[in-house]
Design a protein around this ligand. Structure first.
Ligand code: PLP
Length: 452
């Protein structure tokens, strides 16, 4: 992107960004951020005035699409009425948001501690588990993302942890199920499930069950590759937690609120964690909000002794008003059902056809509006076109070509994630998949030319 081709206002935005903004996760010097000037539904507009299909949902959070009028109105109305209030006071929107969330979480996770986002939700869930069990360690998966704050980045199982890990976080990582690149030499879902649970059992036994406060895992690891666990895996982890007195924390920050075609993966699988963390889709990210849904046993632990944690903006009324409006709109407008049917009837079948046609596609997997396309240079060897947590010229080309053709995907390692809003229409999906088809033609050409 060059400043000359941007509108004057977009050029100013770009210049200010480059001069004053310090960006996440990046070496700052070479960044060329896209200027976004407006957004509506499934689309955003860049600084050149070009319209792009937002198949990233930004960071997989705009589950209701952009600028949903009910959520925007709720924020405006709340700002006029009571723009802020301290967390120790009761507030109508906070209480109603918690009720709507508790109604949808599995089991009796009826109490909600609100945070500003997903990372601090995980921080607090771990703190609660450690206090309740009086044990220090937490087990989490390799191939996971749990947030950027101190404990959350150490919970994370991708290379972004390494520079933040000084070996004192009390977190032990294990391998989870991922049949396409099985760590257990499995050939079927059933084998993968059983062997992954056997492996976890051994990690627990060799770490010492009496030292383990919690197992924390994404219900479906998202950023790490949309790794759908085989049937029975989540229930198996629940059983292990029960057997060893370990708190089960389900991170549904990315999977919650419609993304997979249900409200929560754990609820759909009939698994009740002790703590469930959420953020993103709770209000489509229009105002920062996250939280921990808490079981009666854990809430009860803090009935007579204080919980040692809090935030100035816990349950901020603008964020909670947005959550009330977002959850209500999702329920009234059949948005979660739309995500489920469009995934089952359009995205899944069409991606399978693309996979069959393009030699650069290793695997497609997903459900709802939560899909990953793994790109490989050799289908038989499953050679990824970029390393875990890293980039490559091919993946840079994927992003650049997609944007040029009018579609913004979410790209990580060797994968394209297609994660449109839950409100996406069939026409928009077909438009996005046609662009993907062309992008894959380019990748096919690149991988065959690098083969020898
Ligand atoms: N947990 C999961 C599964 C996530 O995907 C993310 C963000 O992508 C987080 C936690 C962290 O959330 P936040 O960026 O709101 O702190």
């Amino acid at each position: 992107m060059t400043e000359q081709t941007l509108s004057a206002q977009a050029a100013r935005t770009y210049e200010l960004d480059r001069r004053h903004i310090f960006h996440s996760w990046s070496a700052q010097a070479a960044l060329t951020p896209m200027v976004v000037t407006r957004a509506e539904g499934s689309y955003i507009w860049d600084g050149h005035g070009s319209r792009l299909l937002d198949f990233s949902s930004q960071l997989v959070n705009t589950n209701l699409g952009h600028q949903h009028p009910r959520v925007v109105e709720a924020i405006v109305e709340q700002a006029r009425r009571l723009a802020t209030v301290a967390p120790q006071h009761a507030n109508d929107q906070r209480g109603e948001a918690a009720r709507l969330i508790a109604e949808r979480t599995p089991g009796e996770l009826d109490r909600v501690f609100f945070t500003n986002g997903g990372a601090d939700a995980n921080e607090h869930a771990v703190r609660m588990a450690r206090l309740v069990t009086d044990r220090p360690k937490v087990l989490t998966r390799y191939r996971s993302y749990h947030g950027g704050t101190e404990t959350a980045i150490n919970l994370t199982g991708d290379p972004r942890r390494w520079p933040n890990d000084n070996g004192t976080a009390g977190i032990v990582h294990f391998f989870g199920p991922y049949l396409y690149r099985s760590h257990f030499h499995a050939e079927t879902e059933e084998q993968e499930c059983r062997r992954a649970l056997d492996h976890l059992t051994q990690v627990i036994e060799f770490e010492g069950p009496s030292t383990i406060a919690a197992i924390l895992l994404e219900a479906i690891p998202g950023t790490a590759g949309i790794l759908i666990p085989p049937p029975g895996y989540l229930a198996g982890v629940r059983d292990l937690c029960d057997r060893y007195g370990i708190v089960l924390i389900a991170d549904e920050v990315m999977t919650g609120f419609g993304r997979t075609g249900g409200w929560f993966v754990t609820a759909d699988e009939g698994v009740v964690p002790d703590l469930l963390t959420f953020a993103k889709g709770v209000n489509s990210g229009y105002v920062p909000l996250g939280g921990v849904a808490i079981s009666p046993r854990i809430a009860g632990h803090f009935a007579e002794r204080p919980y040692p944690g809090g935030l100035t903006y816990s349950g901020h009324p603008l964020a909670c008003a947005a959550a009330v409006a977002a959850i209500s709109a999702m329920a009234d407008e059949g948005v979660v059902d739309n995500a489920r049917t469009i995934g089952a009837e359009v995205i899944g079948p069409e991606l399978s056809k693309l996979a069959a046609r393009h030699p650069s596609v290793g695997e497609v997997r997903g459900r709802g509006v939560f899909w990953a396309v793994e790109l490989v240079s050799d289908q038989r060897k499953r050679t990824p076109v970029a390393p875990v947590g890293g980039g490559s010229p091919i993946m840079s080309k994927v992003m650049a070509t997609s944007k040029k053709l009018g579609m913004l995907p979410f790209v990580n390692s060797n994968r394209i994630h297609l994660v449109p809003p839950c409100t996406v229409t069939e026409t928009e999906v077909r438009e996005g998949l046609a662009i993907l088809d062309t992008v894959l033609d380019h990748v096919d050409g690149l991988v065959t030319s690098t083969r020898f």
